[in-house]
Design a protein around this ligand. Structure first.
Ligand SMILES: C[S@@+](CC[C@H](N)C(=O)[O-])C[C@H]1O[C@@H](n2cnc3c(N)ncnc32)[C@H](O)[C@@H]1O
Length: 242
């Protein structure tokens, strides 16, 4: 992995512009972060969990949208330190705090109104060739493994009627993720944003990615001479609310 320098990043999505620092080894906010933020609805006072917070950008958006409390979690200790410093710099540390650990483990005992479920969900083979993830690791062989594990835990950390914002992409085994989400939320799942992206050439030409395409795990669309993948943001609501 190439050495990555600390970078300043200007967030121009909802509630922006504002600046965050992205430390070496921490995920750089992406187009998915922006589409997710555009779809995110936070009511004043909501308790929000941001699972896979990276530099904390979506936690900070949730705080600026009026959340009463935001807890960002990430497996990466560097990400948690980076997000904590970003919240301090934006005078949001009274609302947003960050905890290190696996998936929902750091929020045991928390009953959230909203969970932002943006944990790594790209096949490892895609992560390896794109450099999208500073550690070169995605969300498992098919990209579904980590999101599916998170979905199995999420209902224990959500109040009845609470919402999960879940990104899925045709560049991962989205059918496995949607099946796991359906087990938890039934039919209370609504696509709230969609966007298509061109597939980077390094992905299109990767042998390991070709295997995933051939076996039908990931499904890309042909657009002229290029392949593209589609991102969907789902809003999933837990049964039992008003
Ligand atoms: C796609 S990035 C999203 C980061 C952030 N939400 C953003 O928009 O910039 C996914 C994040 O999930 C984190 N992650 C990977 N494995 C994890 C795990 N087992 N538990 C919690 N977070 C994890 C990665 O460190 C990374 O920061």
């Amino acid at each position: 992995m190439a050495l990555q320098a600390q970078r300043q990043y200007v967030w121009r999505g909802p509630t922006g512009p504002f600046e965050v620092t992205v430390d070496p080894g921490v995920f750089m906010p992406s187009s998915t972060s922006k589409v997710l933020a555009e779809a995110l609805r936070v009511e004043p006072g909501d308790v929000v969990v941001d699972a896979g917070c990276g530099c904390g950008v979506l936690s900070l958006v949730a705080a600026r949208l009026g959340a009463g409390k935001v807890i960002g979690t990430d497996f990466s200790v560097a990400a948690v330190a980076c997000a904590t410093a970003n919240a301090e710099n934006l005078a949001l540390s009274g609302v947003a705090e960050f905890r290190a650990g696996h998936l929902m483990e750091p929020v045991d005992g928390v009953n959230a109104d909203v969970v932002i479920a943006d944990v790594s969900g790209i096949p490892d083979a895609v992560a390896l060739v794109t450099g999208w993830f500073p550690d070169g690791k995605g969300g498992g062989r098919t990209g579904a493994e980590l999101p599916v594990e998170m979905l199995a835990q999420v209902a224990d950390h959500l109040r009845p009627g609470g919402r999960v914002y879940l990104p899925t992409g045709t560049i991962q085994d989205d059918e496995a993720i949607l099946a796991a989400a359906h087990d938890v939320f039934g039919s209370a799942m609504e696509p709230v944003a969609k966007k298509e992206f061109p597939l980077p050439d390094v992905v299109a030409t990767s042998e390991h990615v070709r295997e995933l395409i051939d076996e039908g795990t990931i499904h890309l669309a042909q657009r002229g001479s290029r392949l593209s993948w589609e991102l969907t943001i789902w809003c999933c609501t837990l049964a039992g609310g008003q």
